[in-house]
Design a binder for this molecule. Structure first.
Ligand SMILES: C[S@@+](CC[C@H](N)C(=O)[O-])C[C@H]1O[C@@H](n2cnc3c(N)ncnc32)[C@H](O)[C@@H]1O
Length: 245
């Protein structure tokens, strides 16, 4: 069930499975629901579970340590966690960290298959009718989170995508606040990896919440077949130190 009102853009006619795979193989746009279905059609979409991908994230995690202080973080939100490669690389480097994965039901199955069913310590599963709009109102159990790092790793493209720009930023900011409320201390970190020329809404939303941007780089390379994607890929890290909530 979806709580928040979505825009009234007309739904496109669903494409057949082979058309979805063809669109994916040709690097054409696919819809959010097609993205969900893709996990059932392709073994490892975007090679997310590849060792190349894992190694990129392991390097990213090492580089980010200076700005995030992983030893101070006890939980991450791995938003749009996919096959779980980021969480896996993070836990390998910092085994004390727990992870709240958020993605489609189909992605979770793929993650379980690739890295085992105990990779995530908690999971919010979306499907055809449960979306990020429901997440805004979802009551999580008390996970005992002290200090949180909310991570959006190449996963913001579809989020609240049907909203107009200003409203999309509002929704994103509300989502981030929702995550902040899960933690007992307000010393939140945010880590966002995105091709920012195509998606500024998440950057603007986090900026609006007031944490300090402490790192911005273009060093990360992922196993994308689209060279322009790597060229546009930015890593941003923010931290909030004040006691204001
Ligand atoms: C390019 S993949 C990246 C996956 C993972 N973060 C990684 O880097 O390995 C994007 C992920 O975002 C997920 N996704 C798409 N729409 C989403 C939404 N509205 N909310 C959360 N995740 C979403 C997709 O299912 C997919 O797993």
């Amino acid at each position: 069930m979806t709580w928040f009102k979505k825009s009234s853009k007309a739904e496109a006619t669903p494409r057949a499975d082979d058309e979805i795979v063809r669109a994916y193989e040709n690097n054409e746009n696919i819809t959010r629901e097609e993205c969900r279905i893709l996990y059932t059609l392709v073994d490892d979409p975007w090679d997310l579970g590849s060792s190349l991908h894992y190694d990129s994230y392991a390097r990213l995690i090492a580089l980010a340590n200076k700005y995030v202080d992983w030893h101070e973080i006890d939980w991450v939100v791995d938003y749009g966690s996919g096959i779980g490669t980021f969480t896996k690389a993070l836990k390998d480097a910092h085994p004390h960290i727990k992870s709240l994965g958020i993605d489609f039901d189909t992605a979770r199955v793929a993650a379980d298959r690739r890295f085992g069913a105990d990779l995530f310590d908690h999971y919010y599963e979306m499907d055809g009718s449960t979306t990020e709009y429901d997440l805004l109102r979802h009551r999580f159990p008390d996970l005992g989170i002290q200090r949180l790092c909310t991570c959006f790793i190449n996963s913001t493209y579809y989020v609240f995508k049907e909203q107009r720009r200003r409203s999309r930023i509002d929704h994103f900011a509300r989502l981030c606040r929702r995550f902040e409320q899960l933690a007992r201390t307000p010393e939140t970190r945010y880590m966002l990896v995105s091709a920012s020329h195509t998606d500024r809404a998440a950057v603007d939303a986090i900026d609006r919440l007031g944490p300090q941007l402490v790192h911005l780089s273009r060093e990360l390379r992922v196993a994308s077949r689209i060279e322009q994607f790597n060229a546009e890929l930015h890593t941003r890290i923010w931290r909030r130190r004040s006691s204001k909530r």
